[in-house]
Write a protein that binds this ligand. Structure first.
Ligand code: ZN
Length: 708
């Protein structure tokens, strides 16, 4: 249960019903509460999931979880690590399992019917975790173990688990007065409902589309035209062409369409998700969320929500995170000015007669790429077959960590597109990897990883089950799915998270695998992106879908040379979002109008007017569909500082990115460690020193400050 306790936020005595008659029956008969059966220590019974079963299953699992907690607090024996902390690690297993199904239905399989369940159960789950986190008798036992001189006799991992429990309970309000606890709990429950509404509004706006006229289709590459036709067919508009209002559909169109008015139409729809007035507008919800977060932070004894959130992150304070962002912001917008001048020169030379606008950026960036680096990304795409690249990332992980992947048949899946692989090392079972690659209605946009089950061994060896999810456009049967270079990078990124989970070697589940600080968790995933562009992967797996020939070395050289191009754009659109996120959560107890706040703060930052935030506030799911990345979007940059520095360790080694000694250190000091060791110490052990910013600046092609 602890895994979930930490991911959910704080606090309350609350709305959970006491033991209800009939719940015991619900537990024994509901397919979702059954212990996972089958091979590999059990696998999720995805073939048995019915939406109607979620509410009773979650309710039964919460009741069972509270009973488990009661058993811990009722123990007459003096509190020890075993009878309190280890017992907590062993509690909530049923709830974890049910929430695995629940999370997948929320992200991959959503439907109006399921959303009704979420509206009721998200607040109920929040109240449940509050009830656990603010259980006074439970905290008294945790504190007793924490204050006991016996603590010194625990293993280092046990001491860290204990410290994490203690800190998280305090951070959730365990030391507050009953009145303050009640208020924090009420806030959490209200926030949970607001988060659900925010996500559902966003999903609703992303389920809209822009219909393209014949004129809009002019000059569009055949592949994109076919995707637009297939998107229309899925939406029962045969013969038409639509761009769905998601990034995976919009970005390629903005990059490829020569029709300026069509680009503007598509761009405007996309950047206004959640900001259109009407039933799916998120602005009022955001104002309310910000207010409640400030109130909660103050009740818990912190200056702002940002201070509360960063205390247990690697950055420790918002000031540290801001300092890093500000160091990178100025060089990023300076680079954008240079790139914009290059693009404007092309527009002028073509006699365009207009100033570059945000909906032109991607299109003209491509032209600069062609002119300056002689690189046409459309020449690259035929070499990027999804299936081959998947084999490529398997192969690279084999070189680094000894993994082997074997496709399994007959394991239950939640959709026919999902495939399952067994992962072994030296013949020994390591875990399972589920892959859900394609976009579909009801699946959230973007790409992500999750762990259905975490590795642990304190109660017998339990192996992990991880999954990767993305939104590639499914091709016709038998046709290879060709993806963009950026999408290939994302594929390797998400697989890096999966590898972090698969390499886990912890005793306790709450500190295993990807259960690490959120500004550290992107480090292993970002690092894994580097293996895509190694010649070994490209020569073996970047094969032309018609000729089977590997991508020409000359083309690879061009990709490398152009690698830094676009960093100004990428860094600026990302950092604008990260800075606004932090500023929103440092603003304190004031009424915030998200639109005005965004406009004014971006003006103060001298945001280039040719670029828009990667996630505008009304669609910033990282920050407003949960506490998750709130005051935490900076984490990607923080992690990338570690990533760039670690990548240089490989680049400088005799064996380069396949250097056995560096790979061994990476496994031992970082990939296997999870949260059993402080991340600062993990990095120091791997690199032999603390992180420096120089590698990050070099990677992005920005000037390196003195001493870095
Ligand atoms: Zn990631």
């Amino acid at each position: 249960m602890q895994r979930r306790t930490f991911l959910a936020s704080a606090a309350v005595t609350g709305a959970m019903a006491a033991l209800q008659p009939g719940l015991a029956l619900a537990e024994t008969q509901n397919p979702l509460t059954q212990k996972w059966a089958g091979p590999f220590g059990g696998v999720p019974a995805f073939d048995k999931v019915k939406v109607a079963d979620f509410k009773p299953a979650l309710e039964a699992a919460m009741v069972r979880n509270l009973a488990e907690i009661d058993a811990i607090t009722a123990n007459k024996a003096a509190p020890t690590f075993e009878n309190t902390i280890a017992a907590l690690e062993d509690a909530g297993r049923m709830l974890n399992d049910v929430q695995t199904y629940y999370g997948i239905w929320g992200s991959n399989m959503s439907s109006p019917e399921f959303q009704k369940v979420e509206e009721v159960m998200d607040p109920a789950l929040s109240a449940h975790y509050d009830k656990v986190n603010q259980n006074a008798a439970l905290f008294a036992r945790i504190q007793a173990v924490y204050d006991s001189p016996d603590k010194a006799k625990l293993t280092p991992e046990q001491q860290r688990v204990l410290w994490i429990y203690y800190t998280n309970f305090v951070r959730s309000g365990a030391k507050l007065s009953p009145e303050a606890k009640a208020r924090v709990g009420a806030i959490n429950t209200e926030l949970a409902g607001l988060y659900t509404r925010f996500s559902q509004n966003l999903l609703a706006d992303e389920n809209t589309w822009i219909e393209l006229s014949d004129a809009d289709l002019a000059g569009l590459p055949e592949g994109l035209k076919a995707a637009a036709a297939s998107n229309a067919a899925t939406r029962k508009l045969p013969g038409k062409h639509v761009i769905v209002n998601t990034r995976s559909s919009v970005d390629p169109f903005l990059t490829e369409s020569p029709v300026r008015s069509a680009r503007e139409k598509v761009w405007r729809a996309f950047v206004n998700r959640g900001d259109n007035g009407g039933a799916t507008d998120n602005n009022a919800i955001i104002s309310k969320i910000l207010k409640l977060r400030v109130e909660r932070a103050k009740l818990l004894g912190y200056k702002t929500h940002a201070h509360w959130r960063l205390e247990n992150a690697m950055a420790k304070t918002p000031e540290n995170a801001m300092a890093l962002m500000e160091a990178v912001w100025k060089p990023a917008i300076a680079q954008v000015a240079i790139d914009v001048a290059d693009m404007q020169a092309i527009i002028d030379k073509e006699g365009g007669g207009f100033k570059l606008e945000p909906w032109d950026y991607r299109f003209y960036a491509e032209k600069v790429r062609k002119a300056k680096y002689d690189l046409d990304m459309n020449e690259v795409k035929p070499y990027l077959q999804l299936d081959k690249l998947r084999e490529g990332m398997f192969w690279a992980s084999g070189q680094l960590y000894g993994f082997e992947f074997k496709k399994l048949e007959g394991i239950p899946v939640f959709h026919e597109d999902v495939t399952v692989y067994e992962v072994t090392r030296a013949g020994k079972h390591v875990g399972l990897w589920y892959f859900d690659p394609y976009a579909r209605p009801g699946k959230r946009s973007g790409a992500w990883m999750n762990a259905y089950r975490t590795q642990e061994r304190f109660k017998g060896d339990i192996t992990t089950i991880v999954s990767n999810n993305s939104n590639f456009i499914k091709g016709k049967p038998g046709e290879p799915v060709l993806i963009s270079w950026d999408d290939a990078v994302t594929l390797f990124h998400e697989f890096g998270h999966a590898i972090h989970g698969l390499n886990a070697n912890a005793t306790y589940p709450s500190v295993s695998g990807t259960n690490v600080a959120r500004d550290y968790v992107e480090f292993p995933s970002q690092l894994n992106e580097h293996w895509l562009s190694t010649p070994q992967v490209l020569n073996q797996f970047a094969l032309h879908y018609q000729t089977g020939k590997p991508i020409p070395a000359e083309l690879v050289k061009k990709i490398e040379a152009a690698g830094k191009f676009g960093q100004g754009f990428g860094t600026t659109e990302y950092l604008a979002s990260a800075l606004i996120d932090m500023k929103l959560h440092l603003a304190g107890d004031v009424d915030i109008d998200p639109d005005a706040f965004e406009r004014e703060e971006l003006a103060k930052l001298n945001m280039p007017k040719e670029i828009v935030m990667r996630h505008r506030t009304p669609q910033f799911g990282h920050v407003f569909s949960g506490d998750g990345y709130s005051a935490g979007y900076y984490s990607y940059l923080w992690s990338d500082t570690l990533t760039a520095d670690a990548a240089e360790a490989f680049a400088q080694a005799p064996g380069g990115f396949y250097d056995k000694a560096v790979a061994k250190r990476l496994y031992e000091d970082i990939m296997s460690k999870g949260n059993t060791v402080d991340p600062v110490e993990q990095f120091r052990a791997f690199r032999g020193r603390d992180v420096k910013i120089g590698a990050l600046m070099r990677k992005r092609g920005f000037p390196v400050p003195p001493g870095a």
